[in-house]
Design a protein around this ligand. Structure first.
Ligand code: ADP
Ligand code: MG
Length: 351
């Protein structure tokens, strides 16, 4: 790839997504005392007075990269575009109150198509009690682009960052993992079959759960609510959009710790197991490296073990270690492997 650029210029693929963000944002310093967190967490955090903070997070979704309109109806795309942003707000232990929605679309999109998109946006706003605050509209030469910003509110002393994990904290995840990637594999398989023979109907019976994980993911508001109700304040938290391994590395890198998780503790739905078997990939790989689950990964103090154990949608999967131990997984066989951060590599030249 690099031979298409003059020698003194750097292809983005050499840096990767996080390297690029780091390079571009490192000249910026926080200027304003109210800004508590800028780049580097699920959302930025700033003080608004009376012990309260606002949090803000933004995501850009590009047709053909983040969603495929061959199998994702526009209503679902609208719903999901909001949900992925709200997920980042919950990951700060905050409650969302508003969104802005900006869209750019090519001339193949009709009014009816965009209304369907906004129906999905509305369902998400209704479910999560947030207001549509505004946005922006433009035309595009490259299909549909969606940029959503979500705003939320929290008590300053209850905001949870990625950097608060400490040795011996318990590592917890909500719900189950790998379903999003399993669903994506099924949808891609059916798309290939359809392209090869357009008379074929997609075969999705028996895959409802995993396909639902891709097309209609949930943001984990109930988890934030139950933690609050049980008096558990996580020490660190992140939402799982890029696969467990990648997010665990974010927590460990920001907190300067290591981690050990247990393969047998990974929560995996039976349907995800079934799909993994069909694709001859281990279900753990789906859970560790697949994207699109939008569960929460967080750490709690050891003394909260009894409390978290009583909450059915929360699973303790391991513990935080000292940094020199690295980030490891104890296999079902008893062996130990160091986890390899993969996740979604937006700019990898292999893609
Ligand atoms: P998430 O996956 O939780 O949405 P990202 O991985 O997209 O978060 O972003 C990581 C951090 O980098 C966030 O704090 C985000 O605001 C920041 N960031 C991403 N892209 C840019 C950019 N182009 N300019 C400034 N900050 C950015
Ligand atoms: Mg996030």
């Amino acid at each position: 790839m690099s031979d298409v650029f003059p020698e003194d210029l750097t292809p983005i693929s050499e840096l990767g997504e996080f390297g690029l963000i780091e390079k571009l944002t490192s000249p910026f310093r926080i200027r304003r005392p109210a800004t508590l967190k800028a780049v580097g967490d699920d959302a930025a955090v700033y003080r608004v007075g009376n012990g309260k903070v606002h949090v803000v997070s933004t995501d850009l979704l590009m047709e053909g990269i983040h969603f495929d309109l061959t199998y994702a109806p526009l209503k679902h795309v609208g719903y999901k575009a909001v949900i992925v942003n709200l997920s980042d707000i919950y990951a700060m232990n905050a409650m969302p109150f508003g969104i802005t929605v900006s869209i750019a679309m090519s001339n193949r999109f009709t009014l009816e198509a965009m209304e369907a998109f906004y129906e999905g946006v509305k369902v998400a706003c209704d479910e999560h009690n947030v207001d549509l605050l505004g946005g922006d509209t433009s035309s595009s030469h490259t299909g549909l682009c969606i940029s959503i910003t979500a705003l939320g509110e929290a008590d300053e002393d209850k905001v949870v960052y990625r950097n608060g994990a400490r040795e011996n904290n318990l590592i917890c995840v909500s719900g189950d993992l790998g379903g999003g990637y399993a669903g994506l594999n099924v949808l891609e398989r059916e798309k290939r079959a359809f392209l090869a023979n357009p008379d074929l109907q997609p075969e999705l019976v028996g895959y409802d759960y995993v396909v639902g994980r891709v097309l209609k993911p949930e943001a984990r508001r109930p988890v934030i609510e139950v933690l609050e109700k049980e008096g558990i304040l996580p020490t660190s938290m992140i939402d799982i959009s890029d696969g467990l391994t990648s997010e665990l590395y974010h927590i460990c890198n920001h907190s300067r710790t290591g981690a050990t998780i247990y393969e047998e503790k990974l929560p995996i739905d039976p349907e995800t197991w079934k799909v993994a078997e069909e694709f001859k990939i281990s279900a753990s790989t789906f859970a560790l490296n697949g994207g699109d689950d939008y569960e929460l990964l967080f750490t709690v103090k050891l003394e909260d073990f009894d409390k978290v154990s009583r909450i059915s949608e929360i699973h303790v999967i391991g513990h935080i270690t000292e940094p020199s131990q690295g980030v490891n997984m104890v296999l079902r066989s008893g062996g130990v492997v160091e986890l390899e951060a993969q996740g979604w590599q937006h700019f990898s030249s292999e893609k």
